[in-house]
Design a protein around this ligand. Structure first.
Ligand code: MN9
Ligand code: PYR
Length: 275
């Protein structure tokens, strides 16, 4: 069973998967990448093989090797390494979950299957449950990203009673702008020790007000330090300073949104960018 004292909090960088010009994974820079995150950005948690890491575009054997390298390089340097193990095939997802446990990862996260989609909450829960059961000692996070999966089952609905089905359930990574849904996830689970990790970096301050306990995002690779300053200001209840930091972050993201050449990277104006 997941240990609550190891609660995932603060910033989690969704790592980019470094590649060589030939399209091979460039394992040789991952050690430096870890040091850069810790020393330059003050970020000590990572989320591997997610959206930013293009996990769904890698082969299963590449995903295993990437996960292994991050865990190895992060040893004694990072607090937590969470591996995204979602896949269309339940068997592949289970294989990756079991592998994450074997290599000593700190948690696994799973998105909803996105081609033949689960049509009800129960169908989705059953899929997640089977994956979680393949790594019964690892904390499990549901990765809610409806703009990319097309699975619109509300997170609030999914969380209702989830620990009865998935005892290792430890939190939610919420990559959507629906703060009603997010707020209700927090409000209805106050008795639990869940991690509520927000995934739309340009709106993190609003999510902190709603009770986010941390954040997973692409921009924490390079705006980690700035975002940590925002978190500290929020913690001190200096909301006007926190807002200044959020606006600064927004100006950067807005600049990228407006770059026409980046339009093909755009998921949707309101759902966040692949930065
Ligand atoms: C769709 C996507 O990749 N979202 C990322 C994580 O969930 C975010 O970190 C965004 O890249 C960021 O919020 C910028 O829009
Ligand atoms: C942002 C994020 O969490 C991801 O890239 O998966």
């Amino acid at each position: 069973m997941a240990s609550p004292q190891k609660k995932l909090q603060g910033l989690v960088a969704a790592t980019i998967t470094p590649m060589t010009e030939n399209g091979e994974i460039n394992f040789s820079v991952i050690g430096q990448y870890v040091d850069y995150l810790v020393k330059e950005q003050g970020v000590k948690n990572i989320f591997v093989n997610g959206t930013t890491g293009e996990g769904l575009s890698l082969s299963i054997s590449e995903r295993r090797l990437v996960a292994e390298e991050w865990v190895t390089r992060g040893k004694n340097k990072l607090d937590q390494v969470v591996i995204h193990v979602g896949a269309l095939s339940l068997k592949e997802s289970q294989e990756l979950a079991q592998h994450a446990a074997e290599i000593g990862a700190d948690g696994i996260a799973v998105i909803a299957p996105f081609f033949l989609k689960p049509w009800t909450k129960d169908v989705l829960i059953n899929f997640l449950k089977e994956v979680a059961a393949a790594a019964p000692a690892l904390p499990f996070y549901y990765y809610h990203i409806p703009a990319l999966t097309g699975v619109k089952i509300r997170a609030e609905e999914l969380l209702n009673g989830i620990q009865d089905k998935i005892p290792t359930f430890q939190g939610l990574k919420f990559s959507d702008t629906d703060l009603l849904d997010f707020g209700q996830c927090v409000d209805q689970n106050r008795q639990q020790q869940f991690a509520f990790l927000f995934g739309v970096d340009e709106q993190l301050l609003s999510a902190l007000v709603m009770g986010a306990t941390g954040a997973v995002g692409s921009t924490y690779n390079y705006l980690g330090k700035k975002t940590n300053q925002m978190l500290e200001a929020f913690e001190r209840k200096d909301f006007s300073l926190a807002l200044n930091y959020q606006f600064c972050i927004q100006r950067f993201i807005n600049f990228v949104v407006k770059l026409e050449n980046f339009s093909e990277l755009k998921v949707s104006k309101s759902q966040g960018l692949l930065l």
